[in-house]
Design a protein around this ligand. Structure first.
Ligand code: AMP
Ligand code: GLY
Length: 426
């Protein structure tokens, strides 16, 4: 029996904990800090993801065998390295390899070293030079903070004023602190955006089926970038041939490149891609499961998710014969009014049980127990997931669930999977 600790408190960690708890090999399933939803399938401990000493103590006291690190911050802080030093099995790369996500400038240079296709770019740490470059560069262009920014460090600028304002916000106002001290200015890519999650122990690669995220806050892909407002899988616009090409030209060189540079990698390598007319190019790498991608990809794994995580962490992924279900899954994120900007907390949430009664699965993110019941406690509040034989079935089930839930100011996109439904054969 495996005692597993899932680190994190979002919907991704709720779905990870639920998948682990469903395993016949599961001993105790713990989540730190978790949330009220995760507490229904696992035992939550109020240890924040940044409290490394607290997490180490928890592992010792609770006799944890396997630690699954959900979010990027503890990975970038080196939690996996410390745990491995103490002999724990860990799903999630160490600090050095987490630079694929934690520094976009590092990731770009890594891609250049290994011939991995990505958007053209330049990195700047001087405001004047960045502004001069913006003024001389054709539009649109993309301004990105180098460091971690929870999906909020990227501005796609169609005019110079927007691009200059983004540079100013990051570099002068330091709106994202250190993350924005170095700024990347990137070529704008057009095409179909895809999230491809590759699970790897540093040698063997298990490609998960592609998913599509919806990064912008508003319907029709307008408004600011967010952590992700919804996702679906499979992606009918992405034929099998693309997946093969993505594996050969992007995932395999990346995994081999990390190994060649002495950066052991056991976890998920998430490639955020734009499939352009000239092939797939990397927009970003992440060192962890996507949120909300995990909510639509993990439940499609036909085997035992805990076994998948365990064998990855043990470096024995070659022993598995992974398979994925043809089921369609659609996730709609319900967010607080104002997200990704400022929003209120502590607002009562109703209808979660009624939503679950429709067959939709409800994963918690920014929720908490208030005096009279469940209340909001974050930007992204709930992930409502529908499933079915076709995407259209999954979409209907997800929205039937969403309609049962209410809290003041709730906002969600009404067009999740819309691109797929409009696609011939989707
Ligand atoms: P990133 O965090 O780098 O993945 O960027 C967040 C989102 O901004 C992406 O998911 C895309 O929707 C968009 N984006 C980022 N880079 C580009 C680019 N070079 N061209 C077009 N859109 C981009
Ligand atoms: N959904 C995008 C991310 O997890 O970064």
């Amino acid at each position: 029996m495996i005692n597993v600790l899932v680190v994190g408190g979002g919907a991704r960690e709720h779905v990870l904990a639920a998948a682990c708890a469903a395993s016949p090999r599961a001993g105790r399933v713990l989540v730190a800090p978790g949330n009220p939803g995760a507490a229904e399938v696992a035992t939550c401990f109020p240890v924040p993801t940044g409290d490394t000493a607290g997490l180490m103590r928890l592992c010792r006291e609770e006799e944890v065998d396997l630690v699954v690190v959900g979010p990027e911050e503890p990975l970038a802080a080196g939690l996996s390295d410390l745990l491995r030093e103490k002999g724990y099995l860990v799903f999630g790369p160490g600090r050095a390899a987490s630079a694929v996500e934690a520094s976009k400038a590092w990731a770009k240079a890594f891609m250049a070293r290994h011939g991995i296709p990505t958007a053209g770019y330049r990195a700047f740490s001087c405001v004047r030079e960045a502004c001069r470059y913006v003024s001389s560069h054709p539009l649109p262009l993309v301004v990105k903070a180098d460091g971690l920014a929870a999906g909020k460090g990227v501005v796609v600028a169609r005019d110079q004023a927007t691009a200059l304002a983004a540079v100013e916000r990051l570099m002068v106002e330091e709106a994202l602190g250190r993350a924005g001290r170095t700024v990347l200015i990137e070529e704008y890519l057009e095409g179909e955006e895809l999230s491809v999650l590759a699970i790897t122990d540093g040698e063997t690669i298990v490609m998960a089926p592609a998913a599509q995220d919806h990064k912008r806050a508003g319907d029709g892909d307008v408004g600011p970038n967010t952590g992700g407002m919804g996702a679906y899988s499979p992606v009918p616009q992405c034929p099998q041939a693309w997946t093969h090409d993505i594996r050969l030209r992007i995932i395999e060189p990346a995994v081999a490149g990390l190994a060649a540079e002495g950066l052991p990698y056991r976890g998920v390598l998430y490639a955020g891609l734009m499939v352009t007319k000239t092939g797939a190019k990397v927009l970003e790498f992440n060192a962890r499961f996507g949120d909300p991608e995990a909510q639509v990809v993990l439940p499609r794994y036909s085997g035992d998710v805990l076994e998948l995580l365990w064998e990855t962490a043990s470096g024995r992924l070659h022993r598995l014969r992974p398979a994925w279900s043809p089921l369609s899954m659609v996730c709609v994120v319900m967010a607080s009014g104002g997200y990704p900007g400022s929003y209120r907390r502590g607002l009562p949430i109703t209808g979660v049980e009624a939503a679950a009664a429709t067959g939709a699965r409800v994963y918690h993110a920014g929720t908490a127990h208030g005096d009279g019941g469940l209340v909001t406690a974050g930007g992204r509040v709930l992930s409502v997931v529908g499933h079915g034989p076709e995407l259209a079935d999954a979409v209907s089930q997800a929205y039937r669930g969403v309609e049962k839930i209410s809290f003041a100011g709730a906002h969600y996109r009404r067009d999740i999977a819309g691109r797929a439904l409009a696609y011939p054969g989707g």
